[in-house]
Design a protein around this ligand. Sequence first.
Ligand SMILES: [Fe+2]
Ligand SMILES: [Fe+2]
Length: 176
Amino acid sequence: MENEVVVDRNPHRLMVFDLGKDIMRTREYAQGLEQMHHLGTSVSKHSFRVALMSVRLADFLARIGVELDRNVLVRASLMHDFGILGRFEGKFKGIKGCCLLQHPKDSVEVAADLVHDLSDKEKNVIASHMWPFAATAPKYAESWVVNFSDKVVGTWESVAGALALVFSGKRKTVTE
Ligand SMILES: [Fe+2]
Ligand SMILES: [Fe+2]
């Protein structure tokens, strides 16, 4: 079926596309699609997966009476790593692991420039996503969920990327 149109009916993916559409139209998101991350994916694909896992967890938590702000989850997830865009260029060139502790703060700055109504909760979600490695701790339930999702997704991507490297002998590309 060469001309068949594939319609994505996954409710969580649709929710991320809907709530995140303004972020996903930005130059930063497009730049993130071109920058390699976690051995085998791109910054923006990683961020989309973090948003997806966060809204799935939000639905699960809702069943036990914990209500989370899905708008905050999606927007903050999509922007949480914007602080590493271009990290191998300019002042960071050649410095391995340069941004581990700094990039959550840089991400908040980029997000605040991009989104005029960035809330304190969204700032904390972004700033605390590297806790306990970076100093800012999660203050809200949404912050804990994105922190957890980022670690699970990042670990999975890194392991998959490393295995692809070992078994195929070549690095995955940002399109995979
Ligand atoms: Fe990060
Ligand atoms: Fe991340």
